[in-house]
Design a binder for this molecule. Structure first.
Ligand code: FAD
Ligand code: UDP
Length: 369
């Protein structure tokens, strides 16, 4: 079989590039080894009729008007600002750590300036800030670090904060005000009918053929193409020539509660120091769905299983660098997305990177209009 463009992986990276390629007049074959499109953002109705995210909670947020406008061609939106509480010694506190967290935890009544002075007093200055431990100690000191970050991180990554690059813990800000939103991006919203419906619309183009349950390995020598966009794990593409890049995995435990309208007061509750799971998410908060029951998911981190998280630490970057050299030498093959670029990307960052590559490859600035 011959196509202009072969795309491996039907997540955000693959779907955006399929849509961009098709709009540029190319014939596209998009394959995924899973039985559905959407990658890790896939959502579906569970057996009780609630819209759930099979691979854990996905909350859309971006500061990019370009990304927001592009996706808005394929979906309407529902406004949603995510809020998270962390359970510490049996009590619920806002995370990111903010004024309320500090005052409730230590029985204080500080205003914004007071909380800033408090952080100044308890922080352990670090210079340079290299690891995730440096990030947290440098901003909130040891007690808050141990209560909110160290246990969660050990569970999530199987590593100590000091073994992870700064960017991991730096994802979670620290605030002196009472803002209790998890994100502060200018666009915070969920696709009104879910992610999968949005993907279906992106891929509804006569030039796009989608094959599910199709592994690249099996097709590799059967399909010829002018360009290949590869969005799976980069080490796998090169048959692990430079060794395995570690990806952290998760086991998701989905549960439905009959007749329970609300299981918890916010979308996600984190458990930094208790239980084997890191967090519980209740989907109705995210989707706004009306239903007499509710569905939740618990996330249990594990080393083996589907690759979900690249693990940002210097030794892995070193292996990645060697794969990047191979990638650059591969003619007409482009490595895009969280697994192929081995970057801790959010959805919007994958969309932005994919739009950019699409534009570069097809040399057509109107593609972005
Ligand atoms: P993926 O979605 O991983 O898609 C890659 C696809 O390639 C997969 O479907 C896979 O089956 C397929 N594939 C791999 N190898 C092969 C092969 N050999 N042959 C055929 N197919 C193959 N981002 C946010 O912005 N907000 C959030 O709230 C958020 N929450 C998250 C929660 C969890 C638990 C996880 C794991 C991620 C979360 N993310 C979130 C990140 C988000 O999932 C990613 O940024 C995004 O889905 C990555 O898209 P992608 O196309 O790069 O990769
Ligand atoms: N983190 C933590 N405690 C929390 C929330 C986050 O220690 O209550 C750390 C942890 O290392 C986590 C990282 O910050 O992996 C990034 O958190 P985020 O919520 O962005 O993780 P994701 O949603 O990507 O799983």
């Amino acid at each position: 079989m011959r196509v202009d463009v072969l795309i491996v992986g039907a997540g955000f990276a693959g779907a955006v590039l399929a849509e961009r390629s098709a709009s540029a007049g190319k014939s596209v074959l998009l394959i995924d080894k899973r039985e559905h499109v959407g990658g890790n953002a896939y959502d579906e109705l569970d057996k009780d009729g609630l819209l759930v995210h099979r691979y854990g909670p996905h909350i859309f947020h971006t500061n990019s008007a370009l990304v927001s406008d592009y996706l808005s061609r394929f979906t309407d939106w529902r406004s949603y600002e995510h809020r998270v509480l962390a359970v510490v010694e049996g009590e619920h506190y806002p995370i990111p750590i903010n004024q309320t967290t500090v005052n409730r935890l230590y029985g204080l009544d500080l205003d914004e300036a007071g909380v800033a002075a408090f952080f100044e007093r308890v922080r352990e200055p670090r210079d340079p800030v290299k690891t995730s431990e440096d990030v947290v100690l440098n901003s909130v000191g040891r007690d808050l670090c141990d209560k909110f970050f160290r246990g969660y991180t050990r569970k999530q990554w199987g590593l100590d904060l000091s073994q992870l690059s700064a960017q991991v813990a730096a994802r979670v800000p620290v605030r002196t005000n009472t803002d209790d939103r998890y994100f502060t991006d200018s666009f915070q919203k969920m696709p009104a009918e879910g992610y999968t419906k949005m993907f279906d619309r992106m891929l509804q183009h006569p030039n796009i053929r989608v094959e599910l349950g199709a592994d690249f390995e099996a097709l590799r020598d059967r399909v010829t193409w002018d360009r290949l966009f590869y969005t799976g794990p980069i080490d796998e593409y090169f048959r692990f020539r430079h060794g395995k890049l570690p990806y952290r995995s998760l086991r998701f435990e989905h549960e439905h509660r009959v007749g329970v309208d609300r299981f918890q007061s916010v979308g996600t509750v984190n458990y930094p120091n208790d239980h084997d799971f890191t967090r519980i998410t209740e989907f109705k908060h995210l989707t706004g769905q009306q239903h007499p029951g509710t569905s939740i998911v618990r996330e249990y981190p594990q080393a083996e299983g589907d690759p979900y998280y690249p693990i940002p630490r210097p030794e892995n970057q070193e292996v990645l660098r060697r794969y990047d050299v191979l990638a650059k030498a591969e003619r007409s093959v482009f490595f895009v997305g969280r697994l192929a670029q081995y970057r801790y990307y959010n959805m919007d960052q994958v969309v932005a990177a994919s739009l950019k590559i699409g534009e570069t490859v097809f040399h057509d600035p109107t593609l972005l209009m």
